[in-house]
Design a protein around this ligand. Structure first.
Ligand SMILES: [Zn+2]
Length: 299
């Protein structure tokens, strides 16, 4: 089988050019722990449902990354328009994630979506969403959804933590079923019917009849269908085009928002408390093991 490999890399264009490693700032300081948490999430939660697995590793700089790894670049400074998943000049996927208190949620979101659809352009045909029908009073029939596993449940409200690191919820392939059954629609179980969008999330689709794009958005407690119109891909992936078109009601790109959640956000607060507990336990185990090794050496 082909091994899928994802690399988390601290990145600053100037450091990369000067050939020095980018210092990992405070907020990105947990990069190894975030990689370990996403690796555990992929192997334990995502792989059995999506039947795709991956290795998740950290490299000190882009130049240190072996070929074949899809990079998720962790940036400390704002690089306008860079956040999200794109393709390099050889058509290979890479992602840029802004550092913030909740950047692990964005990194997990991007990693899982890259694994379900590495090239960000997979369209899944299915029935028009029930809720969209209610909102606009029309039924567009059979449309094509962009396979973005984390968008409908992307809010921190539905995230969970792995060893104290906040990671994203994701939908399952049943999300595109024709009708409701007892199937599991999202890992966390919050999505209760096919093509439902949860508070804080969204869903994008293309109508092949009029060649226009639409989004069912549920931002800031308001649900509506946004008409994106005809979109031009210009050699980019649909994921990249759609990410750039997705902002909240104040025009803030949704991916920046995910990385910069206020620390009082309940799930983030909870993850931070868990991380401290994990850290305290790890430290104690390290002390005991260190003493044991020294005691053996004394004998
Ligand atoms: Zn997404």
């Amino acid at each position: 089988m082909f091994v899928q490999q994802i690399a988390l890399i601290p990145f600053d264009p100037q450091d990369e050019e000067a050939g020095r490693a980018t210092p990992v700032g405070n907020e990105a300081g947990d990069i190894e722990k975030v990689a370990a948490a996403i690796q555990k999430q992929v192997s334990r939660d995502f792989a059995p449902i999506w039947e795709v697995s991956a290795t998740v590793d950290v490299f000190p700089s882009l130049s240190d990354k072996p070929l074949g790894y899809w990079p998720i670049l962790i940036v400390n400074r704002d690089i306008p328009g860079a956040a999200g998943v794109h393709q390099d000049e050889h058509g290979q996927p890479y992602a840029v994630v802004e550092v913030g208190p909740s950047w692990s949620l964005t990194a997990s979101h991007e990693a899982l979506e890259m694994l379900a659809d590495p090239f960000g352009s997979r369209l899944v045909p299915a029935r028009f969403p029930e809720r969209a029908k209610e909102l606009i009073g029309e039924d567009h029939g059979w449309v094509e959804f962009l396979a973005e596993t984390c968008d409908p449940p992307e809010s921190a409200e539905f995230a969970y933590s792995v060893d104290g690191i906040l990671v994203s919820d994701f939908y399952t392939p049943h999300y595109f079923d024709s009708s409701k059954s007892s199937a599991r629609y999202s890992f966390g179980g919050h999505i209760e019917e096919p093509r439902q969008v949860l508070q804080g999330g969204y869903l994008s689709w293309h109508n092949p009849v009029n060649d226009e794009w639409y989004q069912l958005r549920y931002f800031d407690n308001k649900e509506h269908v946004e008409e994106l119109g005809k979109l031009n891909r210009n050699g980019q992936s649909w994921r990249s085009v759609i990410d750039a078109a997705t902002t909240d009601l104040n025009g803030v790109p949704h991916l920046s928002k995910l990385s910069h959640l206020p620390e009082r956000t309940p799930k983030l607060k909870d993850a931070i408390a868990r991380k401290a507990a994990v850290q305290a336990a790890s430290k104690r185990r390290a002390t005991v093991l260190r003493e044991q090794i020294l005691a053996q050496a004394d004998r």
